[in-house]
Design a protein around this ligand. Structure first.
Ligand code: UDP
Ligand code: MN
Length: 462
């Protein structure tokens, strides 16, 4: 009702940072096919999506708008829109879900760049140019606008924060997350800079068409809705591409509290099945962390994944461990997965705990991670030791100071450490002292009074 009362070409506030307004874009950008799939979308909302694309994009950059009607109850919803200039409508003869519907639209597209949108969006001022420019520069980028909020009840258009990126926990549910302090500082200097994101929200993005094909489109055995964004995100990063949010591009989207459509098979089952397919193909041993977080998922059959595994092999994609280290080092990895004897690195971003080739009774320091084990290879054991071969990290004498030295592992209590999650602090088992890299350059890694506010006490064990 709220939507029906608003004109399809209504004004919305320009929510971009003022520095975006003076930015110019290349003249020779490629044109794009816009693909919108829908199932039982409100007519006025769908129409407004189409109208906003046409009104707020340079004419020559929109090759066509392909609407894929995913077997909506009323076929007229789409047919009416087919009368609009540049609009083509394809209709499924059974319910397929958004993944297969988008691929159908992509296959029919004639432009060399694909732009996917949900069926309840409003494109803002100059939303398209910055997206196309990034993809034209480098075809292995998948780029997204900042997704503004169209209020579900009132349809008020509200600018979203520009300090967010896509993230997830081990339940593999998408969430927004504030970018960290360093990244915020970088963006303060130039608010038009793109934000790299571990995962995309999934509904709104631009991708080079040949690259979409090369990368394996979507998993065609996923149904209805959910986890396809996770799968595409892991696939993109692990197979050599990148995901970014372009802050000078703004598109509004109606975020809804629940799905306004049916899920043949039940929403829980469909979502778990899709998520399992993503986890089984891309997560390697880390899939166990998903099953620890969502034990019931294990009971949902996920079908045949051999084609997707083959794709992963063919594209020579990197392991999930690489993704965790390089793309999303902030994700806390629960300790449990690290069985004794499985060597890992102990790191803070790109810096790793390193013996520096020192021997017994020496300090440990921090060094640029090289991911080759060696002096950076540690094992956090079940009983709480931080081991490097026969050497264990030991607090020397808590009464005299907080020096941490490499000692022969002899089982004494000064060698025992507890990993504190969330936060990633490595606390001594007996004293309120935590491993701290603050003075690593001069005094090595020390055990200092625990303080979760200190970045220098937050570690990832990967
Ligand atoms: N959609 C579809 N078929 C389905 C489910 C969803 O075509 O079986 C469409 C839906 O109409 C929307 C897009 O896929 O345009 C994304 O779905 P939705 O907006 O419900 O997801 P959300 O944005 O809430 O994650
Ligand atoms: Mn949506």
């Amino acid at each position: 009702m709220a939507s029906d009362h608003l004109p399809s070409n209504r004004e919305i506030p320009d929510t971009r940072n003022s520095m975006c307004r003076s930015k110019g874009y290349k003249k020779d950008l490629p044109s794009t096919s816009v693909i919108i799939t829908f199932h039982n979308e409100a007519r006025s909302t769908l129409l407004r999506t189409v109208v906003s694309v046409l009104n707020r994009s340079p004419e020559h950059l929109i090759k066509e708008i392909i609407l894929v009607d995913d077997f909506s109850d009323n076929p007229d919803d789409g047919l009416e829109l087919a009368k609009i200039h540049k609009v083509r409508v394809l209709r499924n003869d059974k319910r397929e879900g958004l993944m297969r519907s988008r691929v159908k639209g992509a296959d029919a597209a004639v432009a060399s760049v694909l732009t996917f949108l949900d069926s309840h969006c409003e494109c803002n001022e100059k939303w398209l140019e910055p997206l196309l420019e990034r993809v034209a520069e480098n075809s292995s980028r998948i780029v997204c606008p900042i997704i503004d909020v169209i209020n579900m009840d009132t349809f008020q258009y509200i600018g979203a924060s520009a300090d967010l990126r896509g993230a997830f926990d081990w339940n593999l549910i998408f969430k927004w997350e504030y970018i960290d302090y360093k990244e915020r500082q970088r963006r303060e200097k130039d608010p038009t800079e793109v934000i790299l994101t571990p995962i995309i929200a999934g509904g709104l993005f631009v991708i080079d068409k040949p690259y979409f094909a090369k990368l394996g489109k979507y998993d065609m055995m996923m149904d209805i809705w959910g986890a396809e964004n996770l799968e595409l995100s892991f696939r993109t990063w692990q197979c050599g591409g990148s995901l970014e949010i372009v802050p000078c591009s703004r598109v509004g989207h109606v975020f809804r509290k629940k799905h306004p459509y049916t899920f043949p098979g039940g929403s829980g089952n469909v979502f778990a099945r899709n998520t399992r397919r993503a986890a089984e193909v891309w997560l390697d041993e880390y899939k166990e962390l998903y099953y620890q977080a969502v034990p019931l998922a294990k009971t949902v059959p996920f079908g045949d994944i051999s084609e997707r595994l083959e794709l992963r092999k063919k594209l020579q994609c990197k392991p999930f461990k690489w993704y965790l280290q390089h793309v999303y080092p902030e994700l806390q990895v629960p300790n449990k997965i690290f069985t004794p004897g499985r060597p890992t690195s102990i790191r803070q971003g790109h810096m790793c705990m390193d013996t520096m080739g020192n021997l017994l009774d020496s300090i440990v320091a921090m060094f640029q991670c090289h991911n080759n084990g060696g002096n950076q290879q540690w094992t956090y054991t079940d009983s709480g030791y931080i081991r490097h071969h026969d050497i264990c990290l030991e607090v020397r004498d808590v009464y005299k100071g907080s020096e941490v030295l490499m000692k022969i592992c002899d089982g004494n209590d000064n060698q025992k450490w507890k990993l504190i999650q969330p936060g990633g602090m490595i606390r001594h088992a007996r004293y309120p002292l935590c491993l701290d890299s603050r003075y690593a350059r001069f005094k090595g890694i020390l055990a200092e009074r625990c303080n979760s506010a200190l970045e220098s006490q937050r570690w990832q064990i990967l």
